[in-house]
Design a binder for this molecule. Sequence first.
Ligand SMILES: *Cc1c(COP(=O)(O)O)cnc(C)c1O
Length: 464
Amino acid sequence: MELPFAEPWRIKSIETIRRSRPDEREAWIREARHNLFNLRSEQVYIDLLTDSGTGAMSAEQWSEIMLGDESYAGASSYYKLKESIEEILGFPHFLPTHQGRAAENVLFSSLIGTGNEGQGMIVPGNSHFDTTKGHIEFRHAEALDLTIAEAFDTESEHPFKGNVDLERLEAFFKATPRQRIPLFMLTITCNSSGGQPVSMENIRGVSALCKRFGVPLFIDSARFAENAYFIKVREEGYGGKGIREIVREMFAFADGATMSSKKDGIVNIGGFVAFRAREDFERAMTFNIMYEGFNTYGGMAGRDLGALSVGLREATTFEYLEARIGQVGRLGASLIAGGIPIQKPCGGHAIYLNALRFLEAVPRGEYVAQTLAVELYREGGVRGVEIGAIMADRDPVTRADRFPALELVRLAIPRRVYTDLHMEYVAAVVGAVWERRKAVTRGYRITREASILRHFTVELEALG
Ligand SMILES: *Cc1c(COP(=O)(O)O)cnc(C)c1O
């Protein structure tokens, strides 16, 4: 008999969370103006708002917090991280930053410019993350999304929905002068399309085209370890290879990488930008010193550099990834078994509920995904996030609401934080709302909103 799977860790320290009563939640969500970002964390039982910076560190990582060397220059914690990055990702140079978007700021300042020099430039990629797109557009350049068409079909079981459409990329490179393409940005896994991986074959293909047309290839590597796991279990020829070996092969195709360590670094804050060539590193150094800090600490405390050096090693073990991605998959499988419409196949870090198929009676103009997210909170104190019309914001010219093709509620799973019993509870909450879905016929009206990134502060009033 094969024994069942169990996590490769045990719990040393716990944090108390409290189940609230329905009447308390009713009052709290009204006070929060039906915006889940306005809730205090104590008002949430299971918090699936994001997997960013919310992971649990190991005893080894906490030891590094104590050992942290806070010297301004040449700290031993910096050298520990340098060794990890070189060994695991294979990049000889890096600059620490306070998080992923700061790494983007440093890299794009160096490759595009600090003002509007990006005018007329195009950065191709696969569904650029929103801060990446923000930093590109901030410089008046354009982010061109070349993700394969299957990524936008929630029912397609394509194993690598983060892949780049290589034919479109080649046509783009042929039609566009080289000086208008400062870099190609490859995001692994692809967050915006549901934590979907990119295959090694596709990375190889992107790299070959970039080399042929002389365009630098950078990897947005927030969830690189999860991507490597998917390559191992889904791509032909990789089943027998180790995670570290796959990671080295992925990054060998790139000229550099940006990293949000709050994801696969399993730390609460931090990031970096890494380079293969010394001259690329030296060009970016000035911007890191101006925006972040001196080269050997950048935007991070010594203790955080040390904790990250260990986090990168832990995140790239098969045992950790099997538990992590397995947990997300088990939650997904249990929802699918209950007939609940979710995006397939399940990604590495989150489950996405298809709100348009969940709450069919709620009108599009009344914010369907937001309505579902609020119902999950009311039902059981579970906090997810709307990825729908509220997040898509208004058209900058007409000021009309933009309605994306999909209305999704993302349930992002923090790393090593919740048990499978918590996930069973989440599935039960989703199931209970599914049972009473036909009774949910009205959504919300916006009473107050900011002119940009309105989802963080929007205020809503219930209709009906
Ligand atoms: C989170 C994330 C970023 C930005 O990182 P922050 O640490 O939040 O600034 C960039 N790209 C991807 C793919 C991400 O998931």
